[in-house]
Design a binder for this molecule. Structure first.
Ligand SMILES: Cc1cc2nc3c(=O)[nH]c(=O)nc-3n(C[C@H](O)[C@H](O)[C@H](O)COP(=O)(O)OP(=O)(O)OC[C@H]3O[C@@H](n4cnc5c(N)ncnc54)[C@H](O)[C@@H]3O)c2cc1C
Length: 377
């Protein structure tokens, strides 16, 4: 296995890094504090090709593979994980995997250009981890589908041009996925919520009341929601993991620079052995987590089932990020305690990544299930 970045991926990483430093970081706090989506920045990311880098060439992408998506999530998260817009990437994944040619013609180019933004809606007031007990229903009427229910905690739902909604039905108890365009009658945003983290990707509750869409808005076939979910979420959990790496690396880099410049009495803070050893340990944990992510990305790219690898990767990367950022706050004294230095944003985002997109407990359940499979009693 080759974990060396190709020249194209290396160039992508450098472009992302410059873009984030020059364009995103100087203004991120204004979006983060008010929980507002930086739509112009999102559009720029599309124009610069960042949203399409990982997508196969036959679908209008640059064909750089899953690792390009990971690099995107990692680099933009230097300005917080709210920049990763996972719902958008989940929608692209479902559309390339299961969308009809007509759906791809209508939406895909716009999603890859950043002209359109997409959101993914699964969670309901009474349903989070327990995906299978979803209550939103869909009924067939002629060639149309009618959806009813409430979705909550949905990133970018108000700003999105299309929301892919998971609902139970129309044939029996299985779950199906529908593309609902902004402005469709019966789709109504009812609440803006106030999360502790990932605030530059606002979250909303919305209601579907007899929301009617044509048969051409069903992704794939009816009843294949679970399949679409696993394909999109095994992929996007690598995005969650990469976001964690980006946050942790940004915190560590800031800490090293600060400690090197900080005079404490007769010493530079970077001379204290306790701090030096701690930095060495954090760096090692990050390097190990990144290797696990790279391995999972290669397997995903090869079309393998990565349900185990994506759960392990998300679990380790989020736990490492939380530890790294916490230690960086402690090691930098007053510097880590000031909001301008972004450590609190990184910490809050790392904590949210432990819940959004599938909680760490659910990741552990997925891993444990595989561990005990085939073990005799
Ligand atoms: C900021 C933010 C953004 C989000 N964005 C989206 C979005 O865009 N789209 C979307 O659909 N959803 C979104 N979510 C929802 C998210 O996916 C859910 O919060 C998550 O799946 C957990 O569900 P829950 O909060 O209902 O926790 P619950 O399912 O109520 O779980 C409560 C606690 O029990 C644990 N737990 C649950 N089941 C088990 C089990 N079997 N064994 C052991 N422990 C268990 C959980 O890990 C958690 O600690 C977002 C959430 C947040 C916080």
């Amino acid at each position: 296995m080759d974990f060396e970045l190709s020249q194209r991926c290396h160039d992508l990483q450098q472009s992302l890094r410059s873009f984030v430093s020059e364009t995103v970081l100087p203004q991120i706090l204004k979006y983060e504090q008010k929980s507002v989506l930086p739509r112009k920045i999102f559009r720029n990311m599309g124009t610069l090709g960042f949203l399409r880098a990982h997508v196969p060439i036959e679908f209008g992408g640059l064909g750089m593979g899953t690792i390009a998506y990971c690099l995107f999530s990692e680099e933009v998260s230097r300005a917080g994980a709210g920049m990763t817009h996972n719902g958008h990437f989940q929608t692209i994944k479902m559309m390339t995997g299961y969308g009809s040619p007509a759906q791809r013609d209508k939406y895909l180019r716009r999603l890859l250009d950043g002209e359109y933004l997409a959101a993914t809606a699964i969670t309901e007031p009474d349903v989070g981890s327990s995906f299978a007990s979803m209550k939103t229903t869909v009924k067939r009427r002629g060639k149309a589908f009618i959806l009813n229910g409430i979705k909550t905690l949905i990133n970018d739902a108000a700003e999105a041009d299309i929301v892919n909604v998971f609902a139970r039905g129309p044939d029996g108890g299985e779950i199906s996925v529908f593309l609902i365009e902004k402005g469709t009658p019966g789709f109504k945003i009812t609440k803006k919520q106030d999360p502790i983290g990932m605030r530059s990707s606002p979250i909303y509750e919305f209601e579907l009341r007899n929301c009617t869409v044509g048969g051409d808005q069903l992704i794939g076939e009816s009843g294949m929601g679970l399949k679409a979910f696993f394909s999109a979420f095994n992929f996007s959990r690598l995005g969650n993991a990469s976001a964690s790496l980006g946050i942790a690396q940004a915190a560590l880099d800031r800490t090293l620079t600060y400690l090197k410049g900080r005079q404490v009495g007769n010493h530079k803070a970077s001379e204290f052995q306790g701090l030096r050893w701690q930095m060495a340990e954090l760096d090692t944990q990050l390097a190990a987590a990144r290797l696990l992510r790279d391995n999972a990305a290669l397997l995903e790219e090869a079309g393998r089932d990565i349900s185990l690898e994506s759960a392990r990767t998300k679990l380790l990367c989020v736990e490492v990020a939380t530890r790294v950022v916490g230690c960086c706050i402690q090691s930098t004294g007053r510097f880590g305690c000031l909001r301008d230095n972004l450590f609190d944003l990184y910490y809050r985002d790392a904590k949210v990544l432990g819940t959004a997109g599938g909680s760490l407990e659910v990741m552990k359940n997925n891993i444990a299930r595989r561990l005990f499979e085939g073990v005799g009693t």
